[in-house]
Write a protein of this length. Sequence first.
Lengths: 321, 321
Amino acid sequence: MAVYTEITDEELAAFLARYDIGRVLSFKGIAEGVENSNFLLHTDAGFFILTLYEKRVNEADLPFFLGLLEHLSVKGLSCPQPVKARDGALLGRLADRPAAVVTFLDGLWPRRPEVKHCAGVGEALARLHRAGADFPMRRANALSVAGWAPLFRAAEARADEVLPGLAVAIAEELSHLERAWPQGLPEGVIHADLFPDNVFFLGDRLSGLIDFYFACTDAFAYDLAICLNAWCFEPDGAFNITKGMAMTAAYERVHRLTPAEVAALPTLARGAALRFLLTRLVDWLNVPAGAMVRPKDPLEYVRKLRFHQKVANAREYGLLA
Amino acid sequence: MAVYTEITDEELAAFLARYDIGRVLSFKGIAEGVENSNFLLHTDAGFFILTLYEKRVNEADLPFFLGLLEHLSVKGLSCPQPVKARDGALLGRLADRPAAVVTFLDGLWPRRPEVKHCAGVGEALARLHRAGADFPMRRANALSVAGWAPLFRAAEARADEVLPGLAVAIAEELSHLERAWPQGLPEGVIHADLFPDNVFFLGDRLSGLIDFYFACTDAFAYDLAICLNAWCFEPDGAFNITKGMAMTAAYERVHRLTPAEVAALPTLARGAALRFLLTRLVDWLNVPAGAMVRPKDPLEYVRKLRFHQKVANAREYGLLA
């Protein structure tokens, strides 16, 4: 939930004068998304989302993100399509920030994901991996194994405020993953943050994927491991193997996992759990005064990590390999 | 900025099954409004606003608010029109809260009000007062002079944390207003909260008024005094008499003020300043932990109150009486 930046009518009019989408009829901040400021924009040409990129997004990455959305749209994947300014630019500036206009995507994100949603996500994830295969740009995953130690250092001293013993537990897990992290797996464009609030459904049909601002070049199976973490645990902390089975089977119907990917899945799932544990922990310990964003609970990912640490092989996630 | 309540797909579908507005296509929290949770709702029938009434709104008042919007819409005033359920009800329940669907109103609220906006508001306020004249329901103004002492008691002990000497200054002002508050002025339905974020414009044309959840039966001129406070001061704290002149003249072209109203205006303006000072002060001193709403600065209204205390007559607001 976030609208960080106030925009005056004059600034908005000057920005939109570069586009062929008519006159502004309405402009409202949207209470979703934590990285950027998002606005619902109604013009003579219809409804759009206007995004202002706040400080957490590196401006140098924006051509990758917007180019990727353009590429995936052309490939037929349902995702926000960047609207080009008259000069062809995907990116502009508004209120002293980079800004873009994308198409409005209908759909509802599932507040309580069910098995059918997990299957939909599995299939869409595989289609995304295929559609991104010939996208020519690359972006390193700053939040993969090499990025975790710096995050941990930022939180280590105060980690035990959140849970006694947490600093040692993270240090041991990090040490394990730095040794065991799989290399040479098939890779390409991954979403890297495909949580339920980034997946829209209309009825039972998946209608689109949004929020590609963590997308990067990394192992496909790591993206699947992130989704297993994000979609297949119940509110009581238990892993739901029926959901895991639905997700992985749907993924494999579009894009078959290699034996190396299957073997690596438990390690990748531990890594994914540690990645979200660490970013949530840093956010939790650094809530600014007057913050309008409530940080997500890092302990949810401590519990998920503990589950993965006991997993012996990918069958425990529902893979029928 | 506020979305307080999470709604599941199932709850939403069950709620909307009572309406003839088709299937839900999209549903997004809006980062505007501090009293209620507001959602942009897209269905086969178009765009709507769905509002969940949170604890600050008294459920017993909702028939007044929704009936008023219906009445004003029928009279041709541009405001959100409640959408009736199939059984004719304006009000339903969603996520254990009262909830209503209203039409989506195009327009932008002026982030930096200019003289033309002040004129537009003056005219619209007078039209609202006329359109509400035959609305049969009444609602007392809980935030008029009798309501200020209880508010002050809730903030008195800690008022000087905000500004040294503030408690004594408020006590003296309150004592003055309780003696001097005008009686017997022309009254009817007033908006009572017509700040810039509640007034939409398309270009220079006022396109609608929103957020009637402080509307009540009170003196018309008090509503004008609230608008003088809300629209006619500059960011540096100075009163802009050109704006005051534009607003009051536009008001009087539709609805002429009586000599008693003109004479009372400085007192009403002091009262309006104290009312917003007190509610902001209480909010400022009672920000809950983890709050996602940033309270508004009470000191802005301390400065406005000081201005009004020095006003000798309504000519200083731009009235040409």
